[in-house]
Design a protein around this ligand. Structure first.
Ligand code: ADP
Length: 150
């Protein structure tokens, strides 16, 4: 049976840290679907469709990586795509606290869904979408943190 994982997140923006998790995830899974979660009631900083295009461009040479936008529970998204794994990255204990409760919640929702965590590569551990948005808002160049050209 094909091992399909969803890599869910807001990716506002998608960073080199995210790219690293996806590429390393390919050693574990046959197919990875990057799920760009958006909440229609919450405004994004980077436009959703543009970010999807950037992610598609980043992985254009990887036939087993795809990207979709979604506005539903991640556990349901996984079930609907035949994915039995959720891939997430862990940078620090703050990520752990948050991920721990979401993973347990998701397992309650869909019993055979397993969350799999990869520890961030040290070179990317400090990169966060929140900080990039802040720096970009003040007009600084953030291209060193992104795997595509804005
Ligand atoms: P969310 O909006 O779901 O909190 P993000 O879009 O910020 O998530 O990130 C999606 C996933 O990528 C999360 O598992 C997060 O911990 C992980 N992640 C974020 N930044 C990095 C990074 N620099 N290195 C590795 N993983 C990261």
């Amino acid at each position: 049976m094909k091992k399909i994982a969803i890599f869910p997140g807001s990716f506002d923006p998608f960073t080199k840290g995210h790219e690293d998790i996806v590429i390393r995830g390919l050693k574990l899974f046959d197919e990875i679907i990057i799920g760009l979660g958006h909440n229609s009631k919450k405004k994004r900083y980077f436009d959703l469709d543009t970010m999807m295009q950037y992610i598609e461009e980043t992985f254009k040479d990887y036939p087993h990586i795809s990207v979709i936008a979604y506005d539903e529970l991640t556990a349901n998204l996984a079930e609907n795509h035949g994915a039995r794994y959720l891939l997430r990255g862990l940078r620090n204990t703050t990520d752990f606290e948050y991920e721990n409760s979401i993973a347990q919640f998701n397992k309650q929702l869909v019993g055979d869904l397993e969350s799999v965590f990869l520890i961030t590569s040290p070179a990317y551990a400090y990169i966060s979408s929140t900080i990039i948005r802040e720096v970009h808002r003040y007009g600084e160049d953030v291209s060193a943190f992104l795997p595509y050209k804005l």
